[in-house]
Design a protein around this ligand. Sequence first.
Ligand SMILES: [Zn+2]
Length: 360
Amino acid sequence: MRKSPDKDRLSIWIPTYLLQYLGIDLKYLRKETFMNTSNEIMSFHLRSSVVDAHGDNLSKYLKKYSYNNPLQEDPALDIQSYFTGGVNLQFLALYTPQDFIPHSTIQFTLEMIDLFYRWKKENSEVLYLITSKKDIELLEEGKLFCLLSIEGGEALDGKLFMLDLYYRLGVRAMGLTWNGRNLLADGVNSGNNPGGLTFFGEEIVKKMNTLGMIIDVSHISEKSFWDVIKLSSEPVIASHSNCFSLHKHIRNLKDEQIRAIAEKGGVIGITFVSDFLGEGVVTIEQVVNHIEHIIDITGGYDTAGIGSDFYGTDKLPEGLKDISFLPRLTESLVKRGHKYKDIEKIIGKNWLRILSQILK
Ligand SMILES: [Zn+2]
């Protein structure tokens, strides 16, 4: 799936020894990604374990091409951009577009899983699926690990056995709802006074705890959120949500929700969707503001992570237009005075901690 290099990707000043050491091909680097990033920061970023907890690659690709074989060359399946961005692990959302719900939800979900396996087969030397805590030890530069994560419990069609089936197919996380109501729970946009978990939803939470699946609370209503917090025996994540007190958007988390996730040992992926970051033109600085808010109100660096939502939106901050720009976020965190050992947690280690805690 290698793309031919274009002139935007040429860089002239990153030391070649560093790139060779890290196994990165000079011709794939984007000039604008690295223009202002110092060698020291770049080196730190590339050597760190970098994890993004939300990408809509599979859904985006399928909406464009539907079923086809062999795979088309497309930005959504461009592995090289992950290496350029220094990313080691990508959570791949299994998101069914609303016009396929409810009648084709299972079919679309299975089609995304099938797409992932075909993509993996075509790139068997560099692309891996993470399904157990042992897999985390295999993370290294030059390999992209993926974790399959259902976005919206409608993919179960109200059947408990579907969760087992998806698990067998390699799925290890699930967001209980998208914005609307489903058979598990209400989402953030389920009418004026959204409810909480259904009995089926409770059954699913318990089953996910038993299987060792990660429960994702992004998109669910506040009432559902508190039901999950009370019920789940394991930490929960919000894979792509920001802070309500910085920007009052229905998809963002209130301070008490952020603290509750932190107290349970969970992680929140700050998302780059402009609508959830602030008003008007947004930049990397707003992304860092949301990260810093989580650090401030939880009193530490163990809760904030990244959940970009690349390929799920076109509304992105200046300077963070795709995954290859991620070193710039690290650079901004350094410039705001955060220490490398703390930045490591934000850009990846927090996600790895929760995976090693929950996966079997
Ligand atoms: Zn989403």
